[in-house]
Design a protein around this ligand. Structure first.
Ligand SMILES: [Zn+2]
Length: 307
């Protein structure tokens, strides 16, 4: 029978929870910020299965702290019907933060400079904190909980985040095992926006990818031809645009040799773009290869930590 007076009054949970997707940004922030928990919420996106398999790989290969990982049940949240043609899911981060609030008072997202959606900006974090503080204020069923909502790398571009990650002992193996692609293949398509952003961030940090890691080149795509002139004016993703311009103008060895760049980029070479300070390239002596996918990988089920 339901209790009229609860025997389980809720109260503060002094844990820091990172919304974890297996993407490169969340892998970096998990390493840099030492959250207590990594919360993965499958949401039935088009790339959900690849994301699940990526997280299993990260765990199997001890590239993330498995004792921190919480995987919610597949039945917890289904946002597939709201997924748009540009892969944006309206309200997505609000859903995820509300779920994360059940695990801790300090909530972290892995967004970076260059993320454009309003549910990844500072005002959104402020509003979510206010909302959670209101819903969890002192009342008959709970003691007061005071939340923080933050995105520690929000002022860094993706390349700067990777730079900090590597400088603090992160591994390129984990970077390459992370999965950031809208296509949902077992390997990165190379042409979607997350792939392009990951490619540039890796390249600017001297992290070479094994042959075939990215299936195709984003710089040949129509969307990039439209975006690049905006990047030259820093009108697309703000400061991250400089990273793309640097990549196109002076591709690191092994990436997009100039003679492979389409003609249209050469017409824009003379535009003046102030670039921020150079990132020191980090040399790794050995080639690190991503292991082939393990067949028959276990899909996580139930709300449980892996063990
Ligand atoms: Zn992709």
């Amino acid at each position: 029978m339901p209790q009229v007076f609860t025997n389980h009054r809720a109260g503060p949970i002094n844990s820091a929870v990172l919304l974890f997707s297996g993407g490169m940004d969340s892998v970096c922030i998990a390493h840099l910020c030492h959250p207590d928990l990594l919360l993965y919420v499958p949401s039935h996106s088009a790339y959900n299965q690849a994301e699940d398999e990526c997280i299993q790989q990260l765990v199997r290969r001890n590239l993330i702290a498995r004792e921190k990982l919480i995987i919610l049940s597949q039945s917890t949240l289904n946002l597939r019907i709201w997924e748009r043609d540009d892969m944006i899911v309206p309200n997505r981060n609000a859903h995820l933060l509300l779920l994360a609030s059940n695990f801790g008072d300090h909530l972290m997202l892995a967004s970076v400079e260059g993320d454009r959606s309003n549910d990844k900006d500072e005002y959104f974090y402020h509003l979510m904190k206010q909302l959670l503080n209101h819903m969890w204020d002192e009342q008959h069923w709970t003691a007061q909980r005071k939340f923080t909502v933050s995105s520690p790398a929000k002022n860094w571009t993706k390349a700067e985040l990777v730079h900090s990650y590597l400088r603090s002992g992160g591994t390129r193996d984990a970077l390459l095992t992370s999965y950031s692609c809208y296509a949902g293949y077992s390997t990165h398509c190379g042409i979607c926006k997350p792939c392009a952003r990951k490619w540039v961030a890796l390249a600017l940090n001297g992290v070479r990818t094994p042959k075939g890691y990215f299936r195709e080149a984003f710089w040949d795509q129509e969307w990039f031809q439209k975006a690049y002139p905006l990047m030259l004016e820093q009108q697309y993703r703000g400061r991250e645009d400089e990273d793309f311009v640097r990549f196109v103008r002076n591709p690191p060895q092994g990436y997009a040799p100039k003679d492979e760049l389409p003609d249209w980029t050469s017409q824009l070479q003379n535009a003046k773009v102030p670039l921020h300070g150079p990132l020191a390239p980090i040399d790794f002596p050995e080639e690190v290869r991503v292991n082939e996918k393990t067949e028959g990988s276990d899909s996580a089920a139930g709300e449980s930590k892996l063990d």
